[in-house]
Every structure is written in C-alpha cells, then in structure tokens.
Write a protein that binds this ligand. Structure first.
Ligand code: NAP
Length: 279
C-alpha cells in the first residue's frame, strides 16, 4: 500500500525539538494537517506560525505527556481541531548519558515515563480514533539503542527496546483494525537530544554534531510513512552497527567491553575482572 499524505490528520509529539520541528515541516510539505505538541509553548509557536503563514492547517497544544490528564486533553484538542486522526507520530523523547551504577531510580523512571509509558498510553487513547481514520498508522520514533543496548545509555536503551517490542506486538494486534505500525530506528542525529539529557556523565566521545541532520531524517521518516515500511533503520553508523551486531553479537559485546574497560582503566579502584583486552 502507498500512503497518500495530502489531507492526513496528524498528531506529532516532540514537535518543539530538533527532529520534531523538521518532521513538522516535512509533513506540512507533504500536505498533512497538523496538531503539534511538546511542553514549551514558545518553541511550538515558533514552529507553527510559519506553517500557518504558508496556509498549512497547523495547530499546537502544549502538554506534558507523562501526565494522564494532559494526554487526554491533548487528544480531545486534536479531535476538536482536526475532526479525527489518521497518523499518530510518537516522537517525543529524552535521554540520560552515564553508567547504571552511578544512576538513580528517579532517572530510570523518568526516562521510561517519557520514552515508553507516554507514547504507549497516548496510543491507547488514540486507537479508537485511528480505527476510523484514513490509511491510519502509529509511527514510533525509537533509536538504534532500541535494537542494540549501548553502554552509558542503559535507561534510554531499555525504554527504546520496550517501545520497539511494543511496536512489533501492536503490528499484529492492530492488523485487525487496519491500523499500521511503523517503527523508525534512527542513528545519531544533530538535533537537540544532547542538550536535554537528564545527565551527561558518559566518557566516550559522542559527536552529535557529526550525526545526520534532522531535515534528512525527517525526509526519510516521511518516505517510510508513505511507503508503509514496517521498520526502517536510518543513518549509516546505525545500519553498520546493527548489521554487525546481528551477525557477530559476541564479537560486538567483546569490542564494546574492551572499549569501556579502556575508558575506565585510568581510575579503577577495584581489581580488574578481565585482563587487558581479553574476555
Ligand atoms: N538525536 C538523536 O541522535 C536521536 C537518535 C535516535 C533517536 N532519537 C529520538 O528522536 C526523538 C526526538 O529527539 P530529538 O533529537 O529531536 O531531541 P530533542 O531536541 O531533545 O526533542 C525532544 C522532544 O521531546 C519533547 N519532550 C520531552 N519530554 C517531554 C514530556 N515530558 N512531555 C512532552 N514532550 C516532551 C520535547 O519537548 P519539550 O522540551 O517542549 O517538552 C522535545 O520536543 C526522541 O524520541 C529521541 O529519542 C534521537
């Protein structure tokens, strides 16, 4: 099936962030009618006003998606403004960078609330409307960490793995409603995630500025929605890492473990469990 985006009624979360802004523009370009959300009203207005000036049917409603009442109000506003729903794009997310042993239960809960419970519960609310939609779909923006957990991203990896798993289960379940489920698996993107991390204590150098642009990612997401792809990995290093992990999982673990030991060797206070470079 080829999905025609012209006139589609779309609720996009995380529209005040780097990828969400680019996605809002790309969806508008493709002819979608939009409800945009995030917590920051000022940032949402910056996205929505230029679209409205171009004649796009675009609206915004600020909401903290971890709050059940605000999720419900967001959906009511969406239906009131757009008259129904064809696409729900769960893009909002947060990250936390640092090792599990120095993290806290609060960080784990916050990451799971935003990256897993919020999109899942928003989808629960949206499903009855999507069932009456035109070529309806749920689009979940996950991460390459959702297909291969990465050190210093343990909470984030767990939340994205959970969303990938939920998407796979939903794909079968929602088939009976003719609601498609599209999983987006992006790699490193030069957006705002690194500026909004709950903590920033990892050691390996991560060059977000060398990641793909949000505009490129947004074009690829729109293409995936039109082509009705089930799951799409976007970004060269994500494709390479996931390919390598698929065929050489033990070697991937060993290489990552060696790298982490090297990063922490300088100030290790307890005796090494492994000899240098060995397993
Ligand atoms: N950047 C990357 O390298 C990368 C790679 C793979 C996947 N991703 C995923 O792509 C998505 C977008 O990330 P980004 O890079 O654009 O990050 P970003 O610039 O930090 O944007 C995050 C968005 O999520 C929203 N958000 C966060 N907490 C929220 C809450 N409690 N309630 C409602 N909205 C909330 C933010 O809105 P407010 O601040 O206004 O609330 C913002 O619009 C995320 O799911 C992320 O995990 C990013």
């Amino acid at each position: 099936m080829r999905r025609e985006l012209r006139g589609k009624r779309c609720l996009l979360t995380g529209a005040s962030g780097g990828i969400g802004r680019a996605l809002a523009n790309a969806l508008a370009e493709a002819g979608c009618r939009l409800m945009l959300t995030g917590r920051r009203s000022a940032a949402l207005i910056e996205v929505v006003q230029p679209l409205q000036a171009r004649g796009v049917d675009a609206h915004y409603y600020p909401a903290d998606l971890t709050d059940p009442l605000q999720r419900r109000q967001l959906l009511e506003q969406t239906i009131a403004q757009l008259g129904g729903l064809d696409l729900l794009i769960n893009n909002a997310g947060i990250g936390s960078w640092g090792h599990f042993d120095t993290s806290t239960p609060e960080i784990l809960r916050q990451v799971m609330e935003v990256n897993f419970f919020a999109p899942v519960e928003l989808t629960r609310l949206a499903l009855p409307y999507l069932q009456r939609g035109d070529q309806p779909a749920v689009v979940n923006v996950t991460s390459m960490c959702g297909r291969r957990g990465m050190p210093a991203w343990s909470e984030y990896s767990a939340s994205k793995c959970a969303l990938v798993g939920m998407s796979e289960a939903w794909r079968g379940e929602f088939a009976r409603f003719d609601v498609d489920v599209i999983t987006i698996v992006p790699g490193l993107t030069n957006s705002g995630l690194d500026q909004h991390l709950l903590r920033k204590e990892g050691r390996a150098e991560i060059r977000f500025d060398q990641g793909m642009t949000p505009e490129y990612l947004a074009r690829r997401i729109v293409a995936a929605i039109c082509a009705n792809r089930r799951e799409v990995v976007i970004g060269r290093e994500a494709r390479q890492l996931l390919w390598f992990h698929r065929f050489f999982p033990r070697l991937t673990d060993w290489l990552i473990g060696r790298r982490i030991r090297a990063l922490y060797r300088s100030n290790r206070s307890t005796p090494a469990l492994f000899s240098s470079g060995g397993s």
